[in-house]
Design a protein around this ligand. Sequence first.
Ligand code: G6P
Length: 474
Amino acid sequence: MNSVLVASNRGPVSFTVDDDGELSMKRGGGGLVSGLTGVAKEHGVLWVCAALSDGDRSAVRLAPGGRLDRAGYDTGALRMLDIPAATFHRAYNAVANSTLWFVNHLLYDIPNSPCFGTKFRREWESYRDYNGAFALALAEEAGHGARVMVQDYHLTLTPAMLRAERPDLRIAHFSHTPWAPPEYFSLLPDEVTREVLDGILGADHAGFLTRRWAAAFMDCCEALLGARVDRAAGTVAHEGRTTRVGVHSLGVDGAALWARACEPDVESHMAALTEQVAGRRLIVRIDRTELSKNIVRGLLAYREFLDAHPEWHGKVVHLAFAYPSRHDLPEYREYTASVQRCAREIEDAYATEDWDPVILNVNDDYPRSLAAYRLADVLLVNPIRDGMNLVAKEGPVLSPRCALVLSREAGAAAELGPYALVVNPYDVSGTAAALHEALVMPEDERRRRRDLLHAAATALPPHKWLESQLDALL
Ligand code: G6P
């Protein structure tokens, strides 16, 4: 039986079935996986996740009990849950990504949405079933008194469900996203609000990336649940139980990231990019194309910068990596199309025979992103709202001279704000001005700030983040 377990929707690896019917495996995506992969094995973790693709489902069917032995990935042991496709779709797409993600990132277009009718109630049932499947698997796998770390908005109900089955366990829940203030969180139907908050309060420890998100969660517990909150102690007492609320920031493992970024595949991308950019200054952004990442306003800001500063025409390139994400949702497909349209409009307005003002890269290409970080003069990170944003932390580790333009709404701003150029993500003109300020920043000031950013970004690497939560459960 296992003494440390992690549960998350997306696991550390995913499988695909090749043309010849063979299964092949690759590393999973997203901030959560980047944070946990690598440290999980050291702690002898059993990782429970959902089967997300046909390849995953085939892999589960081939493995006794869904327990997969993997080679080549530092992830510890793994159990994948084969949740029925319709249940999974409603839980993941409709509830987790279209509801809880929207609420906590303040993404609703309020005159039109949300709209919680009977369809949503059915979807909510599936979310319950999906959380229940995780609770059941964890209850089966956990040794007596084991520590269980449940991750993110996909699994808000699992802690309370698991506690009901296994009161002996020490349970933590961790939110990798922001948390909404009560007046926004209460857009959710009352019974859903209560179930989510009660679900997380089923844990002994509820973790957040910044004080701001932890405070918003406690405000919700007080205002919407009537729980007793002690902000100084960081506790929420409700229905005879007390949950500690902790802040565990997540940074990057600077040495490991640097080592990866020096490998030959990255070096060859650097050579190609250097040739393509031909001595021009480089403004880089790297995001999954998520509604919260604010890529369109970033492009509009770059356009305003070009309008206001003709002296930079031909001397700067904006390299925007916007990787595909959640394309099962129409909002995401439309957003991707508007990102592409906006980049095209900049090209149409400004490109010359030998200058592409913007290069948009929509194919997931990790080594090429690492090469871009290394060459960046300016890194633009302007989310509407973000739990942490590791791009803001990876950039200063890899670029010796990049200035950071950072949204005040990214969790990372709490640590990096003093050394970055902080912007209001809705203020396109303000962001344009910050891009200019970043480009003209004197070299010594740029390097001074970059060193401070580097130190702040690497202060809490993933193993410390994991250990601080495991300690909180002792
Ligand atoms: C981002 C968030 C994580 C979340 C992940 C899910 O990385 O920071 O909180 O778990 O998205 O992404 P997915 O691709 O699995 O929907």
